[in-house]
Design a binder for this molecule. Structure first.
Ligand code: ADP
Ligand code: MG
Ligand code: MG
Length: 916
């Protein structure tokens, strides 16, 4: 027996058996559209009879040099016979003609596949028969001319304009505006003219044989799988090229047979807000594509309740049944033919981020899906949406209405951005950095040399390039909203202006770009922050919390950030960078003094002056985090970062010396000399501290060992603050963290200093503070000797920014503004290792460290505080290697909570997805 290439919609059980029962595989065999038509048939939903030619047939056709596989066409003929029996009509029979639509449908819905052809089976004889049956010449010849037009353009590649021009000629001759107003005679004439066009362009007669029509349409669908548009789309969206497309042959039903007929589309819930309310559009006496094409003003679905109450009830019942069956919001097409409802398509509906969250939560509450599933259905990107500015809906509609919308390009990196146009990277950087302007960088396309401008800009717009262009890649890496490939955009660099259609925009003018939709507007559009207090989001994240096993903390250096993070669900501070506390103008002079002096007494004075500032900072953090752990990392960067820049100092000195030459009084000379001496001293100090590679120089724990008083002061500040707020009734859990350790002896030395001071403060204050002592793991040596470090630490925190730098031996700044983009574009590195943890290298070091450390110190708390901690893929890795928590910036916390839960729910080794 030859293969089965054709399945009637009613044969879904057989198809299912063949592929082993899995729904995804069924979609693979029959395509999404076909699988759903068959499934609806099985559910007794009214679907016009039809059949699907499988994707396997398509693949066989393509590999065999575009010939149908053996037995396929016989099976098609047999299927047509079966349908004739069901419908009591006959394909090609003038007495009661059966007509079909031919619809492509791959596993994933893809633009670029072949357009649907309606009314297959019409020729002069069947048209005459249909006229006899319906008495409706307008309907019959409108259907016929549509067939020739669709067949001509889609199968034979005749330009559609040629047909449209002809239609326009008929309309103007008849003096009417719409096709609907043409008479039956007009349409009959058009049909004849269309046949002529067909002959002129193809040197063939329009095929009168219905089977010939069906055959050519089927071949065309198969071939369209390898069409350029389809191939490009698959390349851009990573869809495999060997899936093939199915062909669906569906009995025609007509919504244009009079006022008891209609056609429409609907979503079972609101796709924008997620509200559980059917929304849709329909037209009385029309065909399917008229609703989408927007030729006529459509009616809101709710009106159908008055116009066709019985149909409306049946429809609502049907779509609710579909929703319950698929357990997701459905997007449906339907047609009413003379008072009878037919469903023509169903699929899971597209939705906004807000709607995705609300629908998932409400469906779980309706018990349609489990809470676990609700948590898995919302993507981290959708949660992220709540944390980025977006354009106000009204502002966008107003801009569209008053014509300030400029065009639509590819939406490659989401978010809204408003700024002044800058045509090159240097200007973008200068305006943004030196003048504090908001800038949108606009280029024909971007290159690695442009990265500094892209980083400084709010958003990026290009006229060329696609989803994988340099601009798109960089924008996504850095979270910049971007629209690329806006082909209507013409940049005249010499004149410093750009043209879009008839609009002229000059450098410095304001524009607004929407990276979520690809739309570009002139002027400044109002933005809003989506509501992170959205009640459905809050609920979803609370469910996520109950599934995740990994904690979520925040990186925060001040009480405001800490409070914000706590609102977002942070369970403590995983990283407070104490050096940020020194940068304030009031404090900097003391710091300078501390660095400049060689005298211990002067150093102590300077540190004593800094102490109260630090103490207050910590007290603020402790209060904000009442009851939760706070990790304070002791000072990390090399000290010279706090000193004035070497170049600036040399300039100043030259300046002063010239002024000295022209000084005319002794007082002036004295004053200038004193200034010169002071600056020279600073310069000397800067020079002695200058390192040729500060990244690998005197920083982290090395600094605290070089200047133990610095550690002592910081520890004192932490403990004094802890004692102070304890007296206020605040519950404190300080954790003191030593940065950049590479040898266990460094840790021992620091621990001794720390413990002496901590005890001293606690004795002075007569309060016992429950604290922890730990270290960051930021260099490979620390990871590899984690078992030694773990004997002297209560906790570890992976600083994956530095760990990535030291593991790869590359500095992030140099890499990202240099060779890294090329590495990613050419596939040397699949992803930016500073965005997503490099699993094989850095990830392996982390896993080794955790294992070794816990072998000697089983309960050891291991966290991560690098930027990676907010990246979903990295969070999944952290879950896998058993980290205690991730610590990320406040705005990433909701994403981290969801990602951590998803990692737990998808964890095959430990599938319970149970509580933390
Ligand atoms: P698309 O993927 O572009 O929506 P479809 O195959 O769903 O393509 O069909 C295009 C239009 O034709 C839709 O409005 C659909 O409802 C309508 N249509 C398709 N097949 C039939 C049919 N057998 N009878 C009536 N209308 C149909
Ligand atoms: Mg459709
Ligand atoms: Mg670090």
């Amino acid at each position: 027996m030859s293969n089965k290439w054709v399945y009637l919609f009613s044969e879904v059980d057989r198809a299912e058996k063949y592929i082993g029962g899995d729904w995804e595989n069924l979609r693979g065999l029959l395509g999404g559209k076909g699988a759903n038509l068959a499934e609806m048939t099985r559910l007794n939903v009214p679907v016009p009879p039809g059949f699907t030619i499988t994707t396997e047939a398509c693949n066989a056709f393509l590999t065999a040099g575009e010939t149908f596989p053996e037995g396929m066409w016989d099976q098609v003929r047999q299927a047509v016979k079966d349908i004739e029996k069901q419908s009591a009509k006959k394909f090609g029979d003038p007495a009661n003609p059966l007509l079909f639509s031919c619809r492509s449908g791959a596993r994933f819905s893809m633009p670029g596949m072949m357009d649907t052809i309606l009314n297959i089976g019409l020729n002069d004889q069947t048209a005459a028969g249909l006229l006899e049956l319906t008495g409706n010449g307008h309907f019959v010849y409108d259907s016929f001319r549509r067939l020739i037009q669709m067949f001509g353009s889609v199968v034979m590649g005749i330009p559609d304009d040629v047909f449209e021009e002809k239609m326009t000629a008929y309309r103007s001759r008849a003096g009417v505006k719409t096709d609907a107003e043409l008479t039956a005679a007009d349409l009959k004439g058009l049909t004849q003219d269309f046949k002529q066009i067909f002959r002129r362009y193809t040197t063939l007669d329009f095929p009168a044989d219905p089977y010939q029509q069906l055959k050519m349409a089927t071949e065309a669908v198969f071939k369209s799988w390898n069409g350029k548009r389809a191939v490009d789309y698959r390349n851009a969206s990573n869809i495999p090229h060997d899936l093939g497309t199915a062909v669906n042959i569906v009995t025609m039903v007509f919504g244009n047979l009079g006022d008891d007929s209609a056609t429409g589309v609907a979503l079972t819930r609101n796709g924008t807000t997620g509200e559980n309310k059917i929304e849709g559009d329909y037209l009385i006496n029309a065909q399917g594509e008229d609703v989408v094409a927007g030729i006529r003003q459509t009616n809101e679905l709710s009106q159908l309740e008055q116009e066709m109450p019985d149909i409306y009830d049946e429809f609502v019942k049907t779509v609710k049944q579909l929703e319950a069956h698929y357990r997701d919001m459905q997007d449906v097409e339907f047609t009413v033919e003379r008072g009878k409802l037919w469903m023509l398509q169903t699929r899971n509906g597209k939705r906004t981020a807000q709607a995705a969250v609300r629908i998932a939560v409400e469906m779980a509450e309706e018990k349609l899906i489990a809470r676990q599933e609700a948590v898995l259905r919302v993507t981290p990107e959708q949660v992220d949406f709540f944390l980025h500015p977006q354009f106000e809906r009204e502002a966008k509609s107003a801009a569209k209405a008053n014509g300030t919308m400029l065009g639509t390009g590819l939406n490659v990196s989401p978010g809204a951005a408003v700024g002044m146009v800058a045509f090159d990277a240097d200007i973008a950087e200068m305006w943004a950095k030196e003048e504090g302007k908001e800038v949108i960088m606009v280029r024909p396309e971007t290159k690695p040399d442009d990265v500094h401008g892209m980083l400084a800009a709010r958003g990026i717009l290009t006229s060329r390039g696609g989803r994988t262009s340099h601009a798109a890649l960089v924008a996504r890496q850095f979270g910049k909203p971007a629209v690329v490939g806006l082909s209507a955009l013409n940049i005249d660099i010499k004149k410093r202006l750009m043209r879009i259609n008839n609009d002229i925009i000059r450098e410095g003018d304001w524009i607004s770009i929407d990276g979520t939709s690809g739309e570009v507007f002139g002027g400044r559009l109002e933005t809003t922050m989506p509501d992170i207090m959205d009640p459905w989001l809050i609920k979803l994240l609370s469910w996520a919390d109950s599934f995740r096993r990994i904690g979520v903390r925040t990186n925060a250096d001040n009480p405001d950030d800490a409070a914000l993070a706590r609102n977002c669900g942070a369970e403590g501070i995983g990283l407070c960078r104490t050096e940020h506390m020194f940068f304030e103008p009031r404090r900097l002079p003391y710091l300078h003094k501390m660095i400049m002096t060689d005298l211990p007494i002067e150093r102590r004075d300077a540190l004593d002056a800094l102490l109260p500032f630090q103490r207050d900072d910590f007290a603020g953090l402790f209060r904000a985090m009442d009851g939760l752990p706070v990790i304070a990392r002791l000072i990390d960067p090399p000290l010279h970062e706090f000193l004035p820049d070497h170049m600036a100092l040399t300039h100043d000195l030259t300046d002063l010396k010239i002024r000295l030459k022209h000084a005319d009084t002794l007082e002036k000379v004295d004053a200038l000399l004193q200034e010169i001496n002071e600056k020279t001293r600073v310069l000397k100090r800067v020079e002695t501290m200058r390192e040729s590679n500060p990244m690998l120089g005197l920083r982290g724990v090395r600094l605290g060992i070089q200047i133990p008083e610095l550690t002592t002061m910081q520890v004192r500040a932490i403990f004094e603050a802890a004692c102070m707020v304890t007296k206020e009734g605040v519950e404190v859990h300080p954790e003191i963290m030593i940065p950049l350790t590479s040898h266990v002896n460094e840790l021992k030395v620091q621990r001794d200093i720390l413990e002496v001071e901590a005890k001293k403060v606690m004795r002075e204050q007569s309060i016992e503070i429950d604290y922890k002592f730990g270290t960051m793991i930021e260099v490979p040596r620390a990871a590899l000797t984690a078992h030694q470090l773990a004997e002297h630490a209560d906790f570890f925190s992976f600083g994956t920014n530095d760990l990535t730098q030291t593991t790869f031996g590359m500095s992030r700044d140099d890499a990202e503004s240099g060779f890294l983009m090329r590495y990613m574009r050419t596939g040397i590195l699949p992803e930016n290792p500073f965005t997503t943890i490099d699993r094989d290298g850095v990830g392996q070091l982390m896993a080794i460290a955790v294992e070794k450390a816990r072998s000697v110190n089983p309960g050891l708390e291991c966290g991560i505080c690098g930027e990676h901690a907010g990246d979903p893929k990295s969070i999944s890795l952290c879950h896998e290697i058993g980290l205690t928590y991730v610590s990320c910036s406040p705005y990433r916390i909701p994403v981290a909570r969801l990602s951590a839960a998803q990692a737990a729910l998808l964890d095959k080794k430990n599938p319970r997805g149970g509580a933390k």
